[in-house]
Design a protein around this ligand. Structure first.
Ligand code: PLP
Length: 261
């Protein structure tokens, strides 16, 4: 039977990140993607030009429409923008039978535009992270969520423990922002005590727009097909590595990772 996946995220008109990246990835990995739009961004490969959040009652109406009708194999959240949207999404998800939930704590786009209001960070920690099967922060996001300054692998481990204490079942911390390293190290850690490092060669490319969204969407697709959290993360890591290696030189800025790689 076809697995149904769900993304709760923002639209990227440039098609490389957000809802568009998620749906393309869901499709590529043989799942049926559904979507709940939280915000519209006017965006291309060069940056974000404008952001308009969707009214919270319309966000929730979309979510209820999907959850009332489909059996969700797994879901992910991306750009949620405000504490009001975060609280309403968390409250709604809690009213339905549980499904694996990947939370990509999206905060800032590559060009520096804010995709999450400062006041929403506490809401993310209090309301959403405790519902997460897996949290997928990059290093700057992990630093904001934990207050830990992350320079070394030991710092990553310390911050991951801190995030697990917030109530998520597992964390994969993406090490790509540690620029001094010639390889990227991603750290997986679960509340059950599993942990491992995924090392990959750093790929020199400017075409990495949407990498985080695509990685979290690939994990979500694999979870929906019944993989364990750790196996879904490993499969998705191979997928994103190929997607970055095969990045698309489109537009004048950061081209998108290739969702069909
Ligand atoms: N736009 C939207 C709607 C997003 O959800 C995200 C990331 O999650 C981005 C932009 C950022 O994309 P990137 O930083 O990969 O360019």
């Amino acid at each position: 039977m076809t697995s149904v996946t769900l993304t709760i995220a923002g639209s990227d008109s440039g098609g490389g990140a957000g809802i568009q990246a998620d749906l393309k990835t869901f499709q590529e990995l043989d799942t049926f993607g559904t979507s709940v739009l939280t915000a519209v961004t006017a965006q291309n490969t060069e940056g974000v030009h404008a952001v308009q959040p969707i009214q919270t009652d319309i966000v929730i109406a979309q979510l209820e429409a999907v959850l009332d009708d489909f059996t969700i194999g797994a879901a992910k959240t991306g750009m949620l923008f405000s504490s009001e949207i975060i609280e309403a999404v968390a409250e709604t998800i809690r009213r339905y039978p549980a499904f694996p939930l990947v939370i990509d704590p999206v905060m800032i786009a590559k060009g520096g535009s804010s995709l999450l209001q400062q006041s929403a960070i506490d809401a993310l920690k209090t309301h959403l992270i405790p519902l997460a099967t897996l949290l997928t922060p990059n290093l700057p996001e992990a630093e904001v969520l934990t207050g830990v300054s992350i320079k070394t692998l030991a710092d990553m481990e310390f911050a991951a423990q801190h995030l697990l204490k917030m109530g998520c079942k597992a964390v994969v911390m993406k090490g790509g922002h540690r620029e001094e390293a010639s390889f990227a190290e991603d750290l997986f850690m679960s509340a059950e005590g599993d942990s491992f490092l995924m090392k990959s060669k750093r790929i020199e490319t400017k075409d990495t727009h949407g990498t985080g969204c695509t990685f979290a969407a690939a994990i979500t697709a694999e979870l929906s097909k019944g993989q364990t959290i750790a196996d879904a993360v490993i499969t998705a890591k191979h997928f994103i590595q190929a997607a970055i290696e095969d990045g698309l030189n489109l537009g004048n800025g950061h081209g998108p990772t290739n969702h069909a790689a």
